[in-house]
Design a protein around this ligand. Structure first.
Ligand code: SF4
Ligand code: SF4
Length: 165
């Protein structure tokens, strides 16, 4: 598998069209943003490599913005610098077209709320595939939030069309 194909790690989900997808997730989410806690956990250590690839990193208050992470469906700089078997893409890339609603994360009850930003993604359109993908997304969020917040075990809630799924 070449690196362009690896960019679409939803490869086990047969409805993910990867390189042939017209929805084109990588174009849709630029600039990529994350909160400072995610940046320091995953990306500060590859900062120099990202910059030398041409990625622009801008800090603004408690958030970090990345631009030029890819030329559309070309290589992903974050994957290029991920260690073997590790996916260092920002969380919002890993779970596209879902997104973490950081403002409404319930830290008291430990619940992460996700909402969908692209109803045209084939993984969302197909109900069966969407259920499979949501399970995978839940796994990713639980794993990454445990890393970000000292092992805390978060639950995940999906919000779509004005209501919880
Ligand atoms: S938009 Fe959806 S189906 Fe298309 S490549 Fe991205 S994740 Fe896969
Ligand atoms: S970081 Fe990688 S997966 Fe995310 S938008 Fe950029 S190229 Fe695509």
């Amino acid at each position: 598998m070449n690196q362009n194909e690896e960019q679409f790690l939803e490869e086990d989900l047969e409805k993910c069209k990867k390189m042939n997808c017209n929805a084109n997730c990588c174009h849709n989410i630029s600039p990529i943003k994350e909160w400072i806690v995610e940046y320091f956990m995953f990306h500060d250590k590859i900062k120099n490599e990202l910059i030398s690839d041409g990625v622009k990193i801008n800090f603004k208050e408690e958030k970090v913005f990345f631009e030029n992470c890819s030329l559309g469906k070309m290589k992903c700089s974050f994957l290029k610098h991920s260690p073997e078997g590790v996916d260092l893409r920002p969380i919002e890339c890993k779970i596209y077209p879902y997104r973490v609603d950081w403002h409404s994360v319930d830290f008291d009850n430990k619940v992460v709320i996700l909402f969908c930003i692209d109803e045209n993604c084939p993984l969302v359109k197909d109900k069966t595939e969407n259920e499979k993908y949501k399970k995978e997304i839940e796994r990713i969020i639980k794993r990454d939030f445990a890393l970000l917040f000292n092992g805390a075990q978060f639950g995940v809630a999906f919000f779509k069309d004005g209501e919880y799924e």
